[in-house]
Ligand binder design. Structure first.
Ligand code: ZN
Length: 355
């Protein structure tokens, strides 16, 4: 895998760490390349005015690297704006003597500690970064205006999804979308939407099975408490074009559909592999004692979908299970969304543990 280090010249302690990272990357098999040819780009930024690296292809994974004098009281609040403004996939804040704080798009915020020298730290950072950088996003949509007319206005299932969205709001399980538009201009916002397929960075999603092969799912970047218009806010996923890595959606004619939630690939896999799963809920909250993924792959990647599907298949009852997504949240299956919420909501913890 080719990598490049771009951006501001690293100064002070950051220059030593950048050099250690370069060494660790090359020991790991990464090869130096021109930025436009690199699959992993480390963009060294000034956190006050992070200059974005504009990737030519979505397959390029960008880490915004910057330095802090000490660990911030709220690392997420510190890292998230840098991540968004630098148009990066992850923010890495190097704190000399302490370690590196990772901040992910899923609001993950965790420290890779420095307790054994700079080179060990650099190696650990590369170990945590590599699987994320190698993962593959499946977030393209293909809209086909072939939805049968009797579903143009939705059905009892879309109503159950809208109800569950309102219930999540009442339960306080819908964190406010991050105010991305306050951090970046319109141009960069378009770049972000193209890049991650998300409009407004909202969190969580809901879906319910329609029939053997299809399911309804909430759209991306929409307030889950206001899933009002079927075909726009709730979409019928009718297939997956693996070759083009595109989610296929059946929509009514004459409506401007939103994009489906970036996790559609994960739900698609679960419905296909487990005929007894009737509904799936994903929230950024936690449940004690559930099996969880070890790598915090980004939302919307094949790797996250495969990892969750694998853990689910190992459950005694995959049709009524809860899987943890490390540093991220949970994915729960059930007969209906109502049944999932009845079973899971009373035990949900608002705070996702970070490690
Ligand atoms: Zn999520």
């Amino acid at each position: 895998m080719a990598y490049a280090i771009v951006g501001q010249p690293a100064e002070g302690s950051l220059s030593g760490f950048a050099a250690a990272l370069r060494l660790a990357l090359e020991r790991h098999g990464f090869e130096p390349a021109l930025p436009e040819e690199a699959a992993l780009v480390l963009n060294i930024v000034d956190r006050g005015r992070p200059r974005p690296f504009r990737r030519r292809s979505r397959g390029t994974f960008v880490a915004a690297l910057h330095a802090l004098e000490e660990s911030p009281p709220d690392p997420l609040r510190e890292g998230y704006p840098v991540l968004v403004r630098a148009l990066a996939n992850v923010s890495l804040a190097y704190v000399p003597g302490t370690g590196v704080w990772f901040t992910t798009l899923e609001r993950g915020s965790y420290l890779v500690p420095c307790d054994d020298g700079l080179h060990t730290l650099a190696r650990r950072v590369v170990d945590r970064l590599e699987p994320l950088a190698r993962s593959r996003l499946v977030i393209d949509n293909e809209f086909r205006p072939d939805l049968e007319p009797e579903l143009w206005g939705g059905d009892a299932i879309t109503e159950s999804i809208a109800d569950a969205g309102r219930r999540l709001d009442t339960l306080g399980l819908l964190p406010a979308p991050f105010p991305v538009e306050d951090l970046v201009d319109a141009n960069d916002l378009r770049h972000i939407k193209r890049l991650y397929g998300i409009g407004g960075l909202s969190y969580g999603n809901l879906s319910a099975r329609k029939d053997e092969t299809r399911f309804w799912m909430s759209a991306s970047g929409v307030d889950k408490a206001k899933l009002e218009i079927p075909g726009r806010d709730i979409l019928l996923v009718s297939g997956y074009d693996a070759e083009a890595a595109r989610i296929v959606l059946s929509v009514p004619p004459g409506i401007e559909p939103r994009r489906v939630s970036v996790d559609a690939i994960e739900h698609w896999r679960i419905y296909r592999e487990h005929p007894d799963v009737g509904a799936i809920l994903h929230v950024h909250a936690w449940l004690e004692g559930v099996p969880a993924t070890e790598v915090n792959y980004p939302c919307g990647t094949e790797e996250l979908a495969a990892n969750v599907a694998e853990l689910l298949a190992a459950e005694p009852d995959p049709g009524h299970a809860v899987i943890g997504l490390r540093n991220h949240g949970i994915t729960a299956t059930g007969a209906t969304l109502e049944e999932i919420l009845d079973r899971v909501a009373p035990r949900l913890l608002a705070q996702v543990p970070m490690s």
